[in-house]
Design a protein around this ligand. Sequence first.
Ligand SMILES: [Fe+2]
Ligand SMILES: [Fe+2]
Length: 399
Amino acid sequence: MPLSLSFPPHNLSCFSSSLVFGARKTKSLKILMTLSPPPKPREVKNDMRKQRSPLEIEIKEVMTHSMHPEKLEIFKSLEKWAEDNILTLLKPVESSWQPQDFLPDPSAEGFFDSVKEIRDQTAGIPDDYYVCLVGNMITEEALPTYQSVFNTFDGVRDQTGASRSSWARWTRMWSAEENRHGDILNKYLYLSGRLDMRQIEKTIQYLIGSGMIIGAENNPYRGFIYTSFQERATFISHGNTARHAKDHGDPLLAKICGLIAADEKRHEAAYSKVVEKLFEIDPDTTMMALADMMKKRITMPALLMFDGRDDNLFNHYSSVAQRIGVYTAKDYGDIVEFFVKRWNVEEITGFSGEGRRAQDYVCGLPQKIRRMDERAQERRVKQSQMVPFSWIFNRSVLV
Ligand SMILES: [Fe+2]
Ligand SMILES: [Fe+2]
């Protein structure tokens, strides 16, 4: 999955959401974020009690288990369907690529020559591209969080850690495929010799320790909508880093990013197929779940990223991604538009009054997002500044 970038990155300055779902009482999740000037590099003492994130988060009460218990049957009845339609989208291990297929063999005699070749190839890569690549890699490396979150979804969680249910097998095997993404990027970037690996490793540790904010309420309707968006976002982002790598004269890195993008595309196909099925058998609930997730905005999994220095690291990283076109606010609008078409949202009939209102809201969303994007673009140009990134030894990059 993963890839960060809240959607759209520049609208992160402050948002809050409250929601009502079913007959439950209104609860709220309030997140406060500040856009402050870049802080001077400083170290934070390694004290778990004082571990901080770039965000000040005030979680008053988060809605949980918002799916009505009777809907559990739906996911049970879809076990066989998932086996035939979703598990088939995974690749068998024996025919899957592994990081070692694209990295120098440490047992080979020419290992050091191969490493030198990688260093020569990565020599022309600019700092802003490295920032995006590292941010993407860190997001992939926080995989334990994503598997944990998946197992918070009612009706599809892995009950034992080795459950034979289709949903549980999917989660484990999907995670196993994802695990290669962080692995290969981490090893390749390590070999490049251009990065402060300790700072990167610290960021990964902080991020896994902080978790993520998903807003799915243990509800698989919402969970599958979120993962559909996420996989498409990562497909776009890794696809763009692949193109950039080629332009910067590193065909191997382009190949690596392209392989990851292809995996994300397969994952997107699986998750969006589940949502398509849910629209078919339970359109009202699915429609309202989609509208609500859109109202809250899909936040990216690495939102809580921190390196021990920059309180605003995620915003800075996503600003660079926006500026160099690795992942942009326009991409978010395109993703919303893509899924409105993919799930045929405009054509579905038979909704309740609430379902129709949710449908109208979602169908009008792509245009709204584009208008907001234009305004954000203007603000962005005015607010450009140089910001140091610890991942690249505190060299500054325009954000
Ligand atoms: Fe993925
Ligand atoms: Fe991934």
